[in-house]
Design a protein around this ligand. Structure first.
Ligand code: URA
Length: 274
């Protein structure tokens, strides 16, 4: 079970001896890969739905393999190399690729190991065999959503400034927060390495000398939120990242991981043009 849906067969169930094609088999269209796996089986294993539901999707012309609509149930595909989309959204067809959301606690290093003995992400992953990458970084003291994957291309694109994936943070700062702070942050704050701009800003709570604010931006310079808010007179005492692109932290507890859903993975691919 990889958490991407309720129906999680693996490709090797031997109940249907026709599931793997013979290597010399005939191909009757471009998406019939010799030695491939039946398309409905790949879809079901990726968490799209039951095999019957997947057959319905294929029949309805909603499934594309390498850009070509496939309506034939018997089609065999190569989930390792072909790009499969349902309703235009790419599905995670490879069973060896994992996509996790992690709620990083404070005082955890964004790294997989540390020669100074500080806690790292690896301390929270149990005995997972995959070699995972963290997508971008959070400061040692910052908490919240961190994506982990062994999909190198996705990780690279998500962390790359040119794809401008928006991230949202909730910060605890000294209050009160003036009415025009949002406008100031949206106009741009001059920092020593250039101007930083917030896409969105709102005050979530104000109580006496403390305020909770939410800020969204699409860049990832080091300490960017802390520096911006300090620059406008509100140094951050606690910082939590709550979204990365389409993925939300939700109620994932600190130190816990969860598998992203098939829908979330499709949205992440779309966010970075994959
Ligand atoms: N901005 C910061 O200041 N710290 C983080 O960890 C992430 C964004």
């Amino acid at each position: 079970m990889n958490g991407r849906g309720r129906y999680q067969p693996d490709f090797n169930d031997d109940d249907e001896d026709d599931d793997w094609g013979d290597l010399g088999g005939e191909r009757d269209d471009l998406t019939d890969v010799p030695g491939g796996v039946r398309l409905q089986k790949v879809l079901a294993a990726a968490g799209v739905g039951s095999r019957r539901h997947c057959e319905e999707l294929i029949g309805a012309g909603r499934v594309e393999v390498d850009g070509q609509t496939v309506r034939r149930f018997g089609a065999r595909v190569d989930p390792e190399h072909q790009i499969i989309r349902v309703d235009g959204k790419r599905i995670p067809a490879r069973q060896d690729i994992v996509y996790l959301a992690f709620n990083k606690p404070p005082k955890v290093l964004t790294a997989m190991s540390d020669d100074r003995g500080r806690r790292t992400i690896t301390d929270f992953l149990g005995d997972r065999a995959e070699r995972l990458f963290h997508v971008g970084r959070l400061d040692y003291d910052t908490e919240g959503l961190m994506l982990l994957t062994n999909d190198g291309e996705l990780a690279h694109r998500l962390a790359h400034p040119s794809y401008e994936v928006a991230k949202t943070y909730v910060a605890e700062v000294p209050g009160p927060v003036s009415r025009d702070l949002g406008r100031r942050l949206a106009t741009g704050v001059e920092l020593e390495d250039g101007v930083a701009v917030a896409d969105r800003f709102r005050v979530l709570e104000q109580a006496g000398s403390r305020a909770l604010v939410e800020i969204t931006l699409h860049e990832g310079r080091k300490h960017i939120v802390r520096r911006m808010l300090a620059e406008v007179g509100h140094p951050v005492s606690r910082l939590v990242r709550t979204t990365v692109g389409p993925i939300k932290l939700g109620n994932l507890r600190p130190g816990e991981t969860r598998d992203l859903t098939t829908k979330e993975i499709g949205e992440l691919y779309a966010a970075v043009g994959l």
